[in-house]
Design a protein around this ligand. Structure first.
Ligand SMILES: Cc1cc2nc3c(=O)[nH]c(=O)nc-3n(C[C@H](O)[C@H](O)[C@H](O)COP(=O)(O)OP(=O)(O)OC[C@H]3O[C@@H](n4cnc5c(N)ncnc54)[C@H](O)[C@@H]3O)c2cc1C
Length: 293
């Protein structure tokens, strides 16, 4: 089923996984997915790696989730390191396996480099990939957006202009980058609506798993750490279990606020661990998404 049709019927709760480095890590990812299935996700997604064999694992986990676990899926796809023809081939494989949804992304520049350079004959931006997908396939398509602005964008206005272009090029809905202050999400939605972007904007939520990791991720994404969270990250810098429990409480409050305001859904960055998202959903008791053993 296309996620845009799910969005017409309900406010989806979804989980994002990433592919392991080695093939022997695949069963653990599927096990986590299985543990989280009791919360009835409306769809799950699997990120697309920077290159190499993890890309095949993305496809494998996506197909397994759909085929064996019977969960709706959204495959991530980026423009990194592949020609248009190669990307077209990936899309054909996804279509042949019955995948109906993708999220079209540019991808990050390779580690150590600040500029994204497409391969010869590749796509430069998510907008180009979206155009290709919409002209050649029938997938439901999502795109990324950045409440605090993308790290490479000159200003919030030009960033929003490109988000609008993603929607004009076929994105049915948007999923946000992580943020720890809901004000950034609310402000972004307000600016998007004022700018004529009318598709659902699903907040992406990353529960804190440990202090160092959140500091690393926010440094990369340019997301603000609010002062109260900053203090808690310092307090639990050397205690990962306490940091994780604090993260559950923080994300519970964050999602409760978002849900009560009426967000169109919530996308959890699971990071292949079931503990935090399970506890958060136990705390929230969202209708249709509490534990069903
Ligand atoms: C929900 C979500 C899922 C993600 N999944 C993955 C994943 O699976 N794998 C992965 O490698 N990365 C993933 N990322 C990270 C993402 O690839 C990076 O943030 C990347 O740097 C930008 O991707 P984009 O699709 O937003 O790119 P783009 O939309 O191309 O934007 C990149 C920059 O270019 C500007 N821009 C956009 N369009 C144009 C245009 N037409 N002309 C000129 N400038 C333009 C934008 O303002 C922005 O500054 C994900 C991010 C999010 C939020």
């Amino acid at each position: 089923m296309k996620i845009k049709d799910i969005l017409e019927k309900t406010r989806p709760v979804s989980f994002e996984f990433f592919p392991p480095r080695q093939a022997d890590g695949i069963p653990a990812v599927l096990e986590t997915l299985d543990e989280l299935k009791v919360y009835s996700p409306d769809f799950v997604s699997v990120t697309y790696g920077a290159g190499g064999s993890t890309r095949a694992f993305t496809e494998e986990i996506t197909f397994e989730a759909k085929r064996t676990a019977g969960v709706e899926v959204m495959a991530h796809l980026t423009c990194v390191g592949q020609t248009k023809e190669e990307i077209h081939g990936v899309l054909e494989r996804l279509e042949a396996e019955g995948v109906e949804n993708i999220i079209a992304l540019r991808g990050d520049p390779p580690r150590g480099s600040t500029e994204f350079v497409p391969v010869e004959g590749g796509f430069q931006h998510a907008t180009d990939l979206l155009e290709h997908v919409k002209s050649n396939f029938k997938f439901g398509v999502a795109a990324a957006c950045y409440p605090e602005g993308h790290t490479e964008s000159v200003d919030l206005g030009s960033d929003l202009k490109y988000v609008k272009m993603k929607v004009e090029n076929g994105a049915d809905f948007l999923v946000t980058q992580l943020f720890y202050d809901n004000r950034h999400y609310y402000d972004f939605v307000e600016r998007a609506r004022a700018g004529g972007i009318d598709v659902p904007i699903i907040p992406g939520v990353l529960p804190v798993l440990n202090s160092a990791q959140v500091r690393r991720f926010t440094a990369l994404s340019g997301s603000e750490i609010p002062p109260e969270l900053d203090k808690l990250l310092d307090k639990y810098a050397d205690n990962d279990d306490s940091a994780r429990d604090m993260g559950v409480e923080y994300a519970t409050a964050q999602v409760r606020d978002l849900w009560d305001v009426g967000v169109p859904g919530v996308h959890f960055y699971v990071l292949n661990r079931s503990y935090s998202v399970s506890r958060i959903l136990d705390n929230l008791t969202i209708p249709g998404h509490h534990r069903q053993d």
